[in-house]
Design a binder for this molecule. Structure first.
Ligand SMILES: [Zn+2]
Length: 407
C-alpha cells in the first residue's frame, strides 16, 4: 500500500509534541522537504494556516526549525526546513502551541459563525481566509445588514458561552450524505471527517478544532464589504478579539483626550469641530476679501503711469491673497497692470492686467518662471506660478521690476 503520513492532529488538536521517523529528506531550492511517517504539524489547507515549530533529532539533540508545512497531492505532509535530516532518523516534533491555539480559535470560531449565518438568514459560507491580523468568510449574499451582523455575532457568542462539546468522528461518505451536513467537500474518497458542534452544526473538515466551544473565547465581527461572490465578513476570535478591542480602545481614548470628551461622544465632537472649522474658514475668507478690497484701493491711489502699474512683494501673504488682490486691482478698471509676489509658503508670482490692455501676462509669467526653474501659467489677463526655493523680499522685488521694464 502507498505510504500516507499519519496525521496525529486528526485525533488530538492539542497534541504539541510527538515522536516520528524521517521517511525522506529532499533538497528543494534553498530549503529541505522533510517527510515523516507521522506528524502533528498542520499543513496549510481549508483556509487554516500551517503550524510552525521545530524538529529535534533524538540522537544528537540537533534542532531544525519548521518554517512551513504543506499537503502533497498523494496524502503526504511535507515540512520545509533550512537543513537536511538523515533518512530513518528519530525526531521529536515540537509545535508552536501559541500559534496553533490561536489558529484553533479562529478556525472553530469560523464554524460557529458560518452556522449562525446559515441558521438565521440561510446565508452559506463559500470561502474562508485566515490572515495574520484578522479572518474573513465570504457569504453568498449580496448584502448583510448591520442588524443581521449583530444577530449572527450574538448567536455565535451564545453558542460559545454554552460551552457545547465539539466532537470529531469518521463516517463513510454515503452515510454522511444522509446526515444533512452544512458543507460537503467537493471530492472525497473513503471516510469523511465530521466536526460536530453539539446540536448546532455538523460539517466535514480536516482542520484543528477546540474540544468545546468555550475554548473559542469570543467572536467579534468587524466590517462587511461587497465582493464578487457575495459579502466578505471580517471577524476575529479569542485573544485576537481582546487584542484588537484593546487597540481600538487605546485609539479612541487618545482621540477623546484631544477633545477632552468621553469616547462615546467623539463622533458628535468631531462633527462639531468640522462645522467650526468650516465656518472659521468662511469668516477668514470674508476678512481676506475685505482686506484685499482695502489694499487695492490704497495701492491704486498711489499707482502712477499709464497704464497704472502696481508692483508689490508681500513677505507674509500667500498665493490665495495675492490672487484675490490681483483680481480686485484689475477688475472693472481699464488701465491697471499688477505684478505681485507672495513669500508665505511657496513663493508665488501673480501677474494681472485689465481686459483690453496689450501685454500678455501668461507669456510674461512663463518667461519669468522658465529662467528660474518655476512652473505656472494662465491667460493674457491673469497668470499665476510658483518659484522653487526661498527668496528674500528684495530679490523678489528685483524680479518684478525687471518684468515691469518689459511691459
Ligand atoms: Zn474545521
Amino acid at each position: 500500500m502507498k505510504f500516507v503520513t499519519d496525521r496525529l492532529y486528526y485525533h488530538d488538536s492539542f497534541l504539541f509534541q510527538f515522536e516520528a521517523s524521517v521517511e525522506e529528506s529532499i533538497e528543494r531550492g534553498d530549503k529541505h522537504a522533510i517527510i515523516l511517517d507521522r506528524t502533528a504539524f498542520y499543513p496549510t489547507s481549508g483556509g487554516q494556516v500551517h503550524d510552525t515549530g521545530r524538529l529535534v533529532v533524538v540522537e544528537s539533540n540537533e534542532e531544525v526549525p519548521v518554517l512551513e508545512v504543506a499537503d502533497l497531492d498523494d496524502g503526504r505532509v511535507v515540512h520545509l526546513t533550512q537543513s537536511a535530516l538523515g533518512q530513518g532518523a528519530r525526531v521529536r516534533g515540537q509545535i508552536d502551541a501559541t500559534r496553533r491555539i490561536d489558529h484553533i480559535q479562529q478556525h472553530t470560531g469560523q464554524h460557529v459563525l458560518s452556522a449562525a449565518f446559515m441558521q438565521l438568514f440561510n446565508m452559506a459560507t463559500v470561502s474562508f481566509h485566515m490572515g495574520v491580523e484578522s479572518c474573513t468568510i465570504d457569504l453568498d449574499s449580496q448584502s448583510v445588514a448591520a442588524e443581521q451582523m449583530e444577530r449572527a455575532e450574538r448567536l455565535a457568542n451564545e453558542i460559545i458561552a454554552q460551552d457545547r462539546p465539539v466532537a470529531v468522528r469518521f463516517v463513510p461518505l454515503e452515510e454522511a450524505q444522509e446526515l444533512g451536513l452544512r458543507k460537503l467537500p467537493p471530492k472525497q474518497t473513503g471516510d469523511l471527517r465530521l466536526i460536530d458542534i453539539k446540536d448546532f452544526d455538523l460539517c466535514a473538515c480536516g482542520g484543528t478544532h477546540v474540544r468545546a466551544t468555550g475554548q473559542i473565547g469570543c467572536i467579534l465581527l468587524r466590517k462587511a464589504e461587497k465582493v464578487k461572490q457575495g459579502t466578505r465578513m471580517e471577524f476575529i476570535c479569542g485573544l485576537r478579539a481582546i487584542t484588537m478591542a484593546r487597540k481600538d480602545y487605546a485609539t479612541l481614548t487618545e482621540a477623546a483626550a484631544l477633545y477632552s470628551s468621553h469616547i462615546h461622544e467623539l463622533p458628535q465632537q468631531i462633527r462639531k469641530s468640522l462645522e467650526e472649522a468650516k465656518s472659521a474658514a468662511k469668516a477668514q475668507h470674508k476678512l481676506l476679501e475685505e482686506l484685499a478690497d482695502f489694499q487695492a484701493e490704497k495701492l491704486l491711489a498711489a499707482a502712477a503711469g499709464s497704464p497704472r502699474l502696481v508692483v508689490v512683494v508681500f513677505p507674509e501673504r500667500d498665493a490665495l491673497f495675492i490672487k484675490l488682490l490681483a483680481q480686485k486691482l484689475t477688475a472693472g478698471k481699464t488701465d491697471v497692470v499688477a505684478l505681485l509676489a507672495a513669500a508665505a509658503g511657496q513663493t508665488t508670482l501673480v501677474f494681472a492686467q485689465s481686459t483690453g490692455l496689450q501685454s500678455n501676462m501668461g507669456q510674461l509669467l512663463k518667461q519669468t518662471l522658465a529662467e528660474r526653474g518655476g512652473r505656472g501659467g494662465g491667460s493674457a489677463e491673469l497668470a499665476q506660478g510658483g518659484l522653487p526655493g526661498s527668496h528674500d523680499p528684495a530679490s523678489l522685488k528685483e524680479i518684478l521690476d525687471n518684468v515691469a521694464k518689459q511691459l
